[in-house]
Each structure stands twice: as structure tokens, then as C-alpha cells.
Design a protein around this ligand. Structure first.
Ligand SMILES: [Zn+2]
Ligand SMILES: [Zn+2]
Length: 361
């Protein structure tokens, strides 16, 4: 691009210099002198408009890929609603199969205590899944207040041109800064941040638990249904009714869907559990990794200022202040707010391992 510009500007500049030289030697006429002055003025204007101290190869690559980022962001933004509907439809289908196909089968075969246990556990798990998913999609992640000068900020957002508190990052899909941003989740059609991070993790955890429970609990039924389907094409055909055939297919669908989700979501849940144990978000994981390497090269040790120790990290994350809270705030639906306002990061008073210096990340 620069080559093309110099290709066009080069001859023009040469001509003007020639004119300038000739003009001044022969007592340059006012018209030509005005033209030369305007050319110089235009040059200064152009240079001042194009000057950017942050310009570099990264900026050029970013600018070149801007249409791709725009397309991806818009696709995720517009398909967010489709993903949410998909989660609701798939979860609803599993619940419907459990009631319509599995329940009539186990009512005939299971003992009463076993039935009671399954009834209590499955409904407890279902309530927690529905509650946390609803809260995760409807709770805003938290945004830094704009136009206030009394908040502790560490940098300026290049997109919003507003000060950013520590742990705040810009979401290009929501197009705004998010407090303690973890990531933008298309399955929630929402950003995961300070105020809904717990709901997101709890949803992942209880959904994984529910899927493991369904796939493990329906293993025998799945095997029988699968074996029955394999006999459909025998001659003479087996005497299965239409309802039995539908039940077989539904059981196979239930087992495959629950097993796949248990594996995929289980891996995601474990990953997030590791991050929470370390007191990091997904974004901070990358930043801290870079920082750790940079300091290691200098022979220094990186210390994450938001890491209070594994157990305390979990207690801060889940909002567990007393022993009773493990039951009322973790194992039962609870809409309590997280610690802090997402802008200053003073831990609760019972946290012992606390670094006084808060790094800007
Ligand atoms: Zn921003
Ligand atoms: Zn977002």
C-alpha cells in the first residue's frame, strides 16, 4: 500500500520540486507560489491525520482481519437466540422422555425405596439446572459505570474509550466492557462476568451431573432398546407395537445425547473448576501465562493477586461465608450476590492468604 502511494506521489513531488526550482529562480509568480504552499499544507495535514504512535504490524493485521471479526461476532450475536432455544428444546426432550418412556418402565420394575431416591434426586437436579440456566441467561454480567471518576481503574478501553477497572475486559460481541469477564457464551447468549459467573459454572456442573445420572441410570434400558432395534429387520419381524418402537428409539436418543453432553460439558466444567481453584478467569489464564513466562525469563516468580488458596477461592466464588452456606447457597437454588462490586478486589475478611498489591490485568 505504501509502495503504491509512493509510486503516485513520487512523480507529483518531483514535478512540484522542478516547478519550485524554476519558479524561484525566475521570480516565482504568485499563482505558482500559492500552489506550492497549498501542496505543502496538504502534505502536513495528511501526515498529521495518518500519524498514530500505536500504529504497527499488529494494527495492520487487526485492520485487515476486521471484516472477519465483524462476521464472527455478528454470527454469534444473531445465533445466540438459536443456541438458547436449542438448549431448552434438547433438555426438554430428555425430561419428556424420562417422564413418558422411562418412568412407566421403572414403575413396574423398581422397588419403592429405589423409586423414591430416583424421584428426589432427579427433581433436585432438574430444579438446579433450570434455576441456574435461567439466572445465567437473564443476569447481566456487570458493566463498569461510565462517566464516574471515583472508581479505581487500571487502563482505558480502546473500543469504549472509557476507564477499565481491574479484571474488566471488552466483549466485542456485546460491544461493551464487562466486569471480571470470563468469556462470551453463545449457549447463554450472554457474557459470563462478575454477576453471573457462579450461575454459569453451577449450570455446567449440575447439567453434567444430570447427564451422567441419565446415561448411567439408563444404561440397561439403552442396551435392551438397542438390541430390540437391531431385530426390526429380521424375518418374521418381531411383534413390537408402535409405542414400543418409539420408546426404543427415544431411549437410544436419550443415552447418546446424555453421554455426549456429559463428556463435552464435563471437560468444560473440569477446566473451569481448575481455573476457579487458581483464582483465574479464562482471559486471565492467557494473560497470567504470558506474565509468568516474562517474569521467569527475568528470574522472578509470578504471583496471581486474586489467588487466595484453593479452598478460599471456591468459598469466595460460591459466596460461602459460613458452613451452612454450602447447603443453602450451593446445593439449593440461591440468588445471593457475589462478593464485591466487580471493580475493587478486596477479598472477604476471613480470607487469610491475600496479596496487598493488586496487579493490573
Ligand atoms: Zn470496552
Ligand atoms: Zn459478551
Amino acid at each position: 500500500m505504501r509502495g503504491q502511494r509512493s509510486l503516485l506521489l513520487g512523480p507529483a513531488r518531483l514535478c512540484l520540486r522542478l516547478l519550485l526550482l524554476l519558479g524561484y529562480r525566475r521570480r516565482c509568480p504568485p499563482l505558482l507560489r500559492g500552489l506550492v504552499q497549498r501542496w505543502r499544507y496538504g502534505q502536513v495535514c495528511l501526515r498529521s491525520l495518518l500519524y498514530n504512535s500505536f500504529g504497527g504490524s499488529d494494527t495492520a493485521v487487526d485492520a485487515a482481519f476486521e471484516p472477519v471479526y465483524w462476521l464472527v461476532d455478528n454470527v454469534i450475536r444473531w445465533f445466540g437466540v438459536v443456541f438458547v432455544v436449542l438448549v431448552i428444546v434438547l433438555t426438554g426432550s430428555i425430561v419428556a422422555i424420562a417422564y413418558l418412556c422411562v418412568l412407566p418402565l421403572i414403575l413396574r420394575t423398581y422397588s419403592v425405596p429405589r423409586l423414591c431416591w430416583h424421584f428426589v434426586y432427579s427433581h433436585w437436579n432438574l430444579v438446579l439446572i433450570v434455576f441456574h440456566y435461567y439466572q445465567a441467561i437473564t443476569t447481566p454480567p456487570g458493566y463498569p459505570p461510565q462517566g464516574r471518576n471515583d472508581i479505581a481503574t487500571v487502563s482505558i478501553c480502546k473500543k469504549c474509550i472509557y476507564p477499565k477497572p481491574a479484571r474488566t475486559h471488552h466483549c466485542s460481541i456485546c460491544n461493551r466492557c464487562v466486569l471480571k469477564m470470563d468469556h462470551h457464551c453463545p449457549w447463554l447468549n450472554n457474557c459470563v462476568g462478575h454477576y453471573n459467573h457462579r450461575y454459569f459454572f453451577s449450570f455446567c456442573f449440575f447439567m453434567t451431573l444430570g447427564c451422567v445420572y441419565c446415561s448411567y441410570g439408563s444404561w440397561d434400558l439403552f442396551r435392551e432398546a438397542y438390541a430390540a432395534i437391531e431385530t426390526y429387520h429380521q424375518t418374521p419381524p418381531p411383534p413390537f407395537s408402535f409405542r414400543e418402537r418409539v420408546t426404543h428409539k427415544c431411549l437410544v436418543y436419550l443415552w447418546f445425547l446424555c453421554s455426549s453432553v456429559a463428556l463435552a460439558l464435563g471437560a468444560l466444567t473440569v477446566w473451569h473448576a481448575v481455573l476457579i481453584s487458581r483464582g483465574e478467569t479464562s482471559i486471565e489464564r492467557h494473560i497470567n501465562k504470558k506474565e509468568r513466562r516474562r517474569l521467569q525469563a527475568k528470574g522472578r516468580v509470578f504471583r496471581n493477586p486474586y489467588n487466595y488458596g484453593c479452598l478460599d477461592n471456591w468459598k469466595v466464588f460460591l459466596g460461602v461465608d459460613t458452613g451452612r452456606h454450602w447447603l443453602t447457597r450451593v446445593l439449593l437454588p440461591s440468588s445471593h450476590l457475589p462478593h464485591g462490586n466487580g471493580m475493587s478486589w478486596e477479598p472477604p475478611p476471613w480470607v487469610t492468604a491475600h496479596s496487598a498489591s493488586v496487579m493490573a490485568v
